[in-house]
Design a protein around this ligand. Structure first.
Ligand code: PMP
Length: 425
């Protein structure tokens, strides 16, 4: 067993001044019944905790760190930017460059607005869709997570699912009454909703590859079907690409699957590890936003110079290096190895992978929606998680999250991870 005494002492103290000791619920490791590790530093594929234990990290700050921890070019961009001032609340040349870079990379985006988190991006995208269509209802999929704004916390995935609070207290009933929830990958359910309530939906919001019920890919034809149904009904299609944006391809899942949404939400990778989100779409749609149009949305720190510097450096590296084939190769080597070990040991499991994101479910599969993901063995996952941690591999502490492979995961890291799996199973 590793020595965790400093983490444990800090966690004890943190619980006196921070609810649950953490600033975001899943960090508390509550669902796996362990105290969380307090992290001191990260470099490349590894993180080190306050007790000096080192871990191969597959959380990557929950997705943003596709280039690993403390990438030198991002650190340099940040130190250059911070010397020039940390915030102005006024336009900068760098924001323009950031917007141009995003519009250049993401197929559906002509104009984009920067915000400070994925939550803000999805919340603002919904308001924009309502403003554009003059309609109020939205449709989401159970187990998809789009941040913690009121109307989107209905059958929500991620920490809300992990902690069994998919429908949060404190959300007014009349707000969630505007949210229709159907199972992921169930096109027929979407069709029925629209037939029962024609011309009522402002938007359908979807994670094009679900990442918050564990990784669940779209069935062939699902995204295309949503596109057709939205176009026919006059609802807007919102792709929440907070996870998939710049991860599956330079242009995200919409490039990977060749389906074009009306509005795209971005976050995580776009900030290079700093707090950023964004939402964008065609000029026609985006010009409904103030100060041009009547949909209000704002932010004191939006387009913050440090966040923009880190994000721009990240996007430039992704464009320059095209790491996607390498990420695919690393992730498939890891999941092939994982499958081989689990098959040899006769452990019932399903691995869902798209590009560099994947999940391991202790379930015979297939897992195509949240309702099926809920059937996976969570006790077995918790034991696996604890053992992997003890063997030096840091995974998301939930069966409803993804493993994220990044460019700094070396062959040696993957071999060491597979050794840890062998030891844990
Ligand atoms: N959308 C998706 C698909 C996400 O995965 C997340 C966060 N995990 C969010 C939105 C919310 O982003 P944030 O935590 O930055 O508010």
């Amino acid at each position: 067993m590793k020595n965790n005494s400093t983490s444990e002492a800090l966690f004890e103290k943190a619980q006196a001044v921070i609810p649950g000791g953490v600033n975001s619920p899943v960090r508390a490791f509550k669902s796996v019944g362990l105290p969380p590790r307090f992290i001191q530093s990260g470099s490349g594929s590894k993180i080190r905790d306050v007790d000096g234990n080192e871990f191969i990290d597959f959380v990557g700050s929950w997705g943003p760190l596709i280039l690993g921890h403390a990438h030198p070019e991002i650190v340099d961009a940040l130190s250059d930017a911070m010397r020039k001032g940390t915030s102005f609340g006024a336009p900068t040349r760098q924001e323009l460059e950031m917007a141009q870079t995003i519009a250049d990379m993401v197929p559906s985006i002509e104009k984009v607005r920067l915000v400070n988190s994925g939550t803000e991006a999805a919340m603002s995208a919904i308001r924009l869709a309502r403003g554009v269509t003059g309609r109020e209802k939205i449709l989401k999929f159970s187990g998809c997570y789009h941040g913690h704004s009121d109307g989107l916390l209905a059958r929500a995935g991620s920490g809300a699912a992990t902690l069994s609070v998919p429908d949060s207290q404190g959300v007014p009933r009349n707000v969630v009454q505007q949210t229709v929830v159907v199972p992921f990958n169930d096109l027929q359910a979407v069709r029925s909703e629209i037939e029962d309530n024609p011309n009522r939906l402002a938007a359908i919001i979807v994670e094009p590859v679900a990442g918050n019920m564990g990784v669940v890919p779209p069935n062939p034809g699902f995204l295309e079907g949503l596109r057709k149904l939205c176009t026919r009904d006059g609802a807007l299609l919102i792709f929440d690409e907070v996870i998939t944006g710049f991860r599956l391809a330079p242009g995200g899942a919409q490039e990977y699957y060749g389906v074009t949404p009306d509005i795209t939400c971005l976050g995580k990778i776009i900030g290079g590890g700093l707090p950023v989100g964004a939402f964008g779409g065609s000029s026609d749609i985006m010009d409904h936003l103030a100060p041009v149009g009547g949909v209000y949305q704002a932010g004191t720190l939006s387009g913050n110079p440090l966040a923009v510097a880190a994000g721009l450096a990240m996007l430039k590296i992704l464009k320059r290096d095209n790491p996607y084939p390498e990420l695919e190769a690393k992730a498939s080597r890891l999941t092939d190895g994982l499958k081989q070990i689990l098959d040899e040991k006769k452990v019932v499991h399903t691995i869902n992978r798209v590009g560099s994101m994947f999940s391991l479910f202790f379930h015979p599969g297939p897992i195509t929606c949240y309702e099926e993901a809920l059937g996976a063995d969570r006790t077995e996952f918790s034991r696996f998680f604890a053992s992997m941690l003890d063997n030096g591999v840091y995974l998301a502490p939930s069966a409803f999250e993804a493993w994220f492979v990044n460019v700094t995961h070396s062959d040696a890291d993957i071999d060491a991870t597979l050794d840890a799996v062998r030891g844990s199973i």
